[in-house]
Every structure is written in C-alpha cells, then in structure tokens.
Design a binder for this molecule. Structure first.
Ligand code: FES
Length: 121
C-alpha cells in the first residue's frame, strides 16, 4: 500500500471532487460537509466512470396518508452521485446504490495529513 497525494485541503471546495489516476487505478475523492470520502471510479453496474457523475441531494416521493403522491422533494444532508453511463445512483457517503442495497461502490481509504489529502492504494 502506498499513500498517493491528491491535493491540498484548501484546493477542495465543499461538495467538490477530484478524480485522480495512479497506474491502473482511478479514484474519485469527494469533500462532503467538511470530510473526505473516496471511491474507485468504477460503477457497480458495468464499471462506468461513476465518480464523474452529477451530484445532487437524494430525491424522495412521499406518499400521503390517503395513499397519494404530491410530487418529489429533496432530502437535505444526503448527497447522491449518478453514474453518467446508465444513471445508477449512489449515496456519496456510503457508496450504496439507491435502488439495490447489494450494489455498492468500492471504497478507498483517505488520509489527511499536514494540510493535504492522500488516498491509500
Ligand atoms: S455503468 Fe454505471 S450505470 Fe451502468
């Protein structure tokens, strides 16, 4: 295992990302609400470049007591990423697919030391 430099902490805005390549590895590093998380840039569906997908809050469609739906709404504090190839959607913090709990992204360890962010590969 090797610690690979990604960037200085101050180069990350909140809810931003950097996708790095190191040898055969491609990793997406995300800065979410003050902490860092990293995933291999391979979707659990067909290995698409999921870390380059769009980020947006989780969307729900609440059902009323009468069993009717009155539209969709965002869920604050839960950020999702959508794979650009076929639209599979994952929770950015947990890596879990929004529709199938058996599908998950592969986590990469992130280290923060001396003002910089590294991934362990
Ligand atoms: S490869 Fe990501 S949705 Fe198909």
């Amino acid at each position: 295992m090797e610690d690979i430099y990604v960037a200085r902490i101050d180069e990350f805005e909140d809810n931003s990302r950097k996708v790095i390549s190191h040898g055969a590895h491609e990793v997406g590093v995300f800065h979410v609400d003050g902490s860092f998380v990293a995933w291999r840039n391979e979707c659990a569906h067909q290995a698409g470049p999921v870390c380059q997908g769009r980020l947006f809050p989780k969307v729900t469609e609440p059902i009323s007591d009468e069993g009717t739906v009155h539209g969709m709404q965002y869920v604050d504090g839960t950020l999702h990423i959508v794979c650009p190839w076929h639209g599979y959607e994952y929770d950015l913090r947990t890596g879990r697919n929004a529709g199938n709990d058996r599908l998950r992204l592969n986590k990469v360890d992130v280290l923060v030391k001396e003002g910089a962010v590294y991934v362990r590969l």
